[in-house]
Design a binder for this molecule. Sequence first.
Ligand code: GBH
Length: 460
Amino acid sequence: TSAQPAPVGISFPDGFVWGAATASYQIEGAAREDGRGPSIWDTFSRTPGKVHAGHTGDIACDHYHRYPEDVAIMADLGLASYRFSVAWPRIQPDGTGPVNVRGLDFYDRLTDELLGKGIDPVVTLYHWDLPQTLEDRGGWTNRETAEAFAEYAQIVHARLGDRVGTWTTLNEPWCSAYLGYASGIHAPGVQNPASALTAVHHLLLGHGLAARALRSAGAQNLSITLNPCEVSPLDPESAADRDAARLIDGLANRIFLDPLLRGQYPADVLEHISRLTDLSHIKDGDEAIINAPIELLGINFYTPSYVSAKPGHPGAPDYPGSDGIAFRKPVGPVTDMGWQIEPASLTRLLTRIHRDYPGTPLLITENGAAYPEVPSENGEVHDLRRIEYIDAHLRACHDAIAAGVDLRGYFAWSLMDNFEWAEGYAKRFGIVHVDYTTQQRVLKDSAKWYREVIRRNGLE
Ligand code: GBH
């Protein structure tokens, strides 16, 4: 390989927020404690064949009990902010009805622990652990789930709103809808394209109803986190490939961004989905509800997509109606998830969102990489590839800022190794290593490196 020029030092704007992120089911454990009800991920992970090696979140990182130690680690790293999610089934074990105060107590303790160390909490209300009782009534295919979500949001805000400033309604509704109800590789494991499209709408409606409820309760910093993806035609010269990219971009990105930030589903997307399901679940006035004002848009970024038109190809199971479209296999270096590493795609994605949906500040709410490290004899974890991944993506963020994008912060995914959904504990995204036998936490080299990045608000 040819010699690369040494990267130059860069600094981020004053007040740029440095954080790390986790999610309730992935780290908490204590699945049956203090009145928590079952979620769709309890059911799914206990269903043979759904999760790698039959792993479950029953114990996970035992964060429910070890949160003081985990918050101490965050403080040691100098995190300005910590993004975590609240488990709905801890708050309302049946999804609606009686509030389980012991569930609220846990997040109250966690919030105070964070504030006591000067760490700003960013609360996500839904990171995929839907109460099972709601799924038994259709889950996100049922409009009532959206209404229940707004009620639950209000309950959490009533307890934490005096101390939590930033609220995120949903994490990645793309995953909840398409992985949950189309490909079925995530809970609840349904494989029905029409259900997935109905779920998209009810998730967005739930966001809008919750945003409205939080706003009237006085919340001022509202957001949703998406996982937008840059979808490119494999051959930019091919009109058929460009059409394929536009269709996937519609299902991946514009189906969420347009109603959220422009108040309307895109016509081409409605046309596409009307061939797969009737649109009777979209009621008059829904788009206006979804278009509730937000102060921040959260972006989770891992990898881009390249697609081409391929007549007769079955398409991707997580994109309803994508038959005739092929996704390119990753090219070049990949992470342990098999995801292509292409930091410049993040710059282009941020620039595009800033251009097409102006006026909403952006926040990287997740970015990171899985690699299969094991601690060395002396207990160190030399995860150079993760350092390189994050370094390159931070440079990509900086490029976007230089191009005029209003990017407010960066949250590493993840603070610590955790339950990686269908991959169980086999994939490690943490900057902190977790030994699942002893529950011992060890800072990987990436955590020590990130501490220096935070300290100097930039890269060397
Ligand atoms: C996030 O989802 C989640 O919010 C988080 O809980 C999770 O632990 C983390 O990421 C890591 O997975 O096969 O190349 O087309 C990320 C979900 C990642 C889904 C990229 C689609 C496309 C990969 N997405 N993916 S590719």
